[in-house]
Design a protein around this ligand. Structure first.
Ligand code: NAG
Ligand code: NAG
Ligand code: NAG
Ligand code: NAG
Length: 340
């Protein structure tokens, strides 16, 4: 964790003195701290504990409401449990700008067969879920995800690509390292640079470093990149015919922070929060497929979304996000992918 970001996080939101902790949660709190490697100094501990308790209660309430059929997904405590939603927004929601600049628009082939479900993970296009840590580099993970898929499509080899290479080296394209960026700028960098190193040769550090690109370790190329038309139909056609696609979403709500797929198959755990914005996008993710639960007409369609918050978040790091419900969370607003 970078100290300056951590400080920025601590300076936000918490101004009142911490209330007395609920002692019945002592053991749970200790287990949670141990599980997530949290160490606080004495001053900080009380404040973090009270944020964590508030989040615990909110999650409990949500899950009670879930059992009454009021929500389609459950929530669970995770590594973000000691962050208020304000801090969470600051630390992890990290797209630089919120709209698509001019770009080439992709038209899916006419008459292409579009299946009603697709999961590129089953076809070998998708690397394991990664963890951006406390660095605002979601844009880099979204971009490598799309590029890993397209390289696999071309070569038949799945090679994990370096986010750190993008964080360190794509400033002149407009990215700002651990301060945020855009997937398009990342694709532009790989194109300008003539390559991108593999994850193995240029591992992730979750902090700004100087550029250490080595052409001999490059594992990908980009010739151009395309924008997907601003509709879920277009996104579906593109995902079906191209592979995993980079997209941006509004991830700023508590429900997103603590999202967890439901275990109950009657209610499969598709994320839907009426307060999720389709315009105010702040987080880059990867759409690796789509599908539906129950009958196709049941309004239980979803996008399969790969996140970069580790496997502890969501369902092994993935989210099922409501599909064909008015561009929920803006999933189709800013989608793009590279051509290799
Ligand atoms: C799933 O949850 C619903 C609503 O809470 C409940 O009515 C149903 O019995 C549950 N089904 C299973 C298999 O647990
Ligand atoms: C990384 O670099 C950006 C852009 O130069 C800067 O704004 C940010 O503070 C740096 N972040 C860290 C964690 O050093
Ligand atoms: C990228 O393109 C260059 C120039 O055409 C080529 O030499 C290199 O092998 C390519 N790299 C990969 C990983 O395909
Ligand atoms: C949506 O946001 C409003 C205002 O912040 C809040 O009162 C309401 O409870 C939220 N609705 C849901 C379903 O979370």
């Amino acid at each position: 964790m970078h100290p300056s970001l951590f400080l920025a996080a601590l300076c936000l939101g918490i101004t009142t003195a911490a209330p007395q902790p609920d002692q019945s949660l002592d053991a749970h709190w200790s287990r949670w701290k141990a599980a997530h490697g949290k160490l606080y100094d004495e001053d900080e501990e009380g404040e973090r504990r009270s944020v964590w308790e508030r989040n615990m209660k909110m999650i409990e309430l949500h899950n009670q409401e879930y059992s009454q059929g009021k929500h389609s997904f459950m929530m669970a405590m995770n590594a973000f449990g000691d962050l208020t939603s304000e801090e969470f927004k600051q630390v992890l929601n990290d797209l630089k700008i919120q709209k698509h600049e001019e770009g080439n628009v992709f038209q899916a082939p006419l008459f292409a067969e579009i299946p009603s479900s697709v999961d590129w993970r089953e076809k070998g296009y998708v690397t394991p879920v990664k963890d951006q840590g406390q660095c605002q580099s979601c844009w880099a993970f979204s971009a490598t995800g799309a590029l890993e898929g397209q390289m696999f499509r071309k070569t038949g080899k799945l090679v994990s690509l370096s986010e750190q290479n993008l964080v360190d080296c794509s400033r002149s394209q407009g990215n700002e390292g651990c301060r945020g960026g855009l997937m398009d700028y990342a694709f532009q960098y790989v194109k300008d640079n003539g390559g991108l190193d593999s994850e193995e040769s240029y591992p992730y550090l979750a902090r700004n470093e100087s550029c250490k690109y080595r052409p001999e370790k490059s594992a990908a190329n980009v010739t151009t990149f395309w924008h997907v038309l601003n509709k879920e139909d277009g996104l579906m056609t593109t995902v079906a015919t191209v592979g995993p696609v980079s997209a941006a979403v509004d991830s700023s709500l508590d429900s997103f922070q603590f999202y967890k797929k439901a275990l109950n198959f009657t209610f499969p755990g598709i994320y839907y929060d009426p307060n999720c914005s389709s315009e105010s996008l702040n987080h880059g993710v990867l759409v690796v497929g789509y599908g539906f639960e129950g009958a196709e007409s049941d309004n239980k369609k979803y996008w399969i979304v790969k996140n970069s918050w580790g496997t502890n978040w969501g369902t092994q790091g993935y989210m099922l996000l409501a599909k064909d419900r008015d561009n929920h969370c803006g999933i189709a607003t800013m989608a793009s992918f590279p051509v290799v």
